[in-house]
Design a protein around this ligand. Structure first.
Ligand code: ZN
Ligand code: ZN
Length: 420
């Protein structure tokens, strides 16, 4: 089906910027997005969508427009515990409270504010251009992407019992590429990620009496070094995997051998078999090293599990063609999968329908030219050039959705009258 995106007015740009600045200035931490949830619900209600809260702080908006296919579009809503250093006049000064009670500065450091802005603008466009499409669009505003909790929470709260089941689910993420370009992978797009907290138990003693102790720091250190051999010695050379120990804490004073040490492991894989192999090996090494030290079995807690993000090859092929029509063929770049992770894939996987997820560029050519390296996601300096980035994000989202439910044929173009 040919996608038609009538050009719209400067007013769209203005209202998107207004939305964006508001959302940017009011980030909330994962699974605590209650004000964001209210804001989104209010806006969707104003537009006349059916709405319901789902998964705690998630919001679903349903837009029906007669007979036709059903398509779902997902935007994530959470901010991060980062102190914003962008210097923008609408920079966040918000604060939040982590699960352990720590008060932290909060920032939309991953650009989820752009995702929400685009999704709300898509909804507005579809409401005001009902003749351009037919069917049902389900907007999923998902909380807790950063912790991997949000998609699960929405599914557990009956997302697909309460919303019409789509034939396909789309989603996109801003990243530090050139605004107007799309990076997309066919098949596996993003890695699975598993995070564990490991508590190693030893026996506390005076630092001068190591013979009285079971030293959990020495034991933990052995485990960390041993884990470096999982990928290098146990994973097929043509397969990819990452094992990272991101934190290690133990002890309070140089002359006390502590009772415990604690570290966290993050495992990334693309392939289910490799994932099983790596996780089994990590567990085996942790257990065996403890045995070697004469220590009790360490305690392993699962912190998060991100599923694979898999782009249906046929749907991806179709979307690449459609995006080529609206953004320009050169603007759509097919890329290999990345080791980053997303819980987006769960939403479609839960009902066995295809999904496609892609990256849209956040920076203007001018910004890229002016700096040696532009700030990426999760940086305190991450500040996409919101006008071109949002315009292209909107075009991409509308292209995807209208490729399923669009009814008109004719000239293609950006809803903002050109984004390149
Ligand atoms: Zn992120
Ligand atoms: Zn993100």
């Amino acid at each position: 089906m040919t996608v038609t995106l009538p050009s719209t007015h400067a007013s769209t740009t203005r209202s998107m910027q207004k939305l964006y600045r508001h959302l940017h200035a009011h980030p909330e931490l994962s699974m605590q997005e209650s004000e964001t949830c209210k804001f989104l619900t209010r806006r969707l209600d104003e537009l006349g969508l059916e709405t319901f809260t789902c998964g705690g702080t998630g919001v679903v908006g349903i837009l029906r427009n007669g007979e036709g296919p059903t398509v779902a579009y997902r935007a994530d809503t959470d901010g991060l515990p980062i102190e914003e250093e962008t210097g923008l006049d609408y920079a966040s000064v918000a604060r939040g409270t982590l699960a352990d009670g720590t008060d932290v500065p909060t920032m939309h450091g991953c650009g989820h504010d752009t995702h929400m802005t685009v999704a709300l603008t898509v909804a507005e466009y579809l409401v005001t251009n009902r003749s351009a499409w037919a069917g049902t669009v389900v907007f999923i505003f998902q909380p807790g992407e950063e912790t991997g909790a949000g998609a699960l929470a929405m599914l557990a709260d009956g997302l697909w019992d309460r919303a019409p089941r789509p034939e396909i689910v789309y989603g996109q993420h801003v990243w530090p590429g050139l605004a107007g370009t799309i990076d997309i992978s066919s098949g596996v797009a993003m890695a699975m990620a598993d995070s564990w907290r490991v508590t190693v138990h030893g026996r506390q003693a005076h630092g001068s009496q190591p013979d009285q102790s079971i030293d959990p720091i020495v034991l933990g250190a052995h485990i960390v070094v041993r884990l470096q051999t999982v990928v290098s010695r146990e994973v097929h050379p043509m397969k990819a995997a990452v094992v990272t120990v991101g934190t290690f804490h133990g002890g309070l004073k140089e002359n006390i051998i502590p009772a415990t040490a604690e570290f966290t492991v993050n495992v990334r894989t693309f392939d289910l078999e490799v994932r099983t192999r790596v996780l089994d090996s990590v567990r085996r090494m942790i257990t065996a090293e403890a045995q070697a030290s004469g220590a009790p079995e360490p305690v392993i807690e699962v912190l998060s599990t991100f599923p694979r993000c898999y782009n249906d090859p046929a749907a991806t092929r179709q979307l690449i063609t459609e995006l080529g029509g609206t953004l320009g063929a050169d603007a759509v770049i097919e890329v290999p999968p990345v080791m980053g992770s997303e819980d987006f894939g769960l939403l479609a996987e839960a009902i066995g329908v295809p999904s496609v997820y892609w990256m849209f560029g956040g920076y203007s050519q001018q910004t890229i030219d002016a700096s040696e390296t532009v700030a990426g996601n999760h940086s305190p300096h991450f500040a996409p050039d919101s006008e071109p980035a949002l315009a292209a994000g909107l075009t991409a989202a509308l292209t995807a959705i209208l490729s399923q439910v669009g009814t008109l044929a004719g000239t293609s173009g950006s809803p903002l009258g050109g984004t390149k």
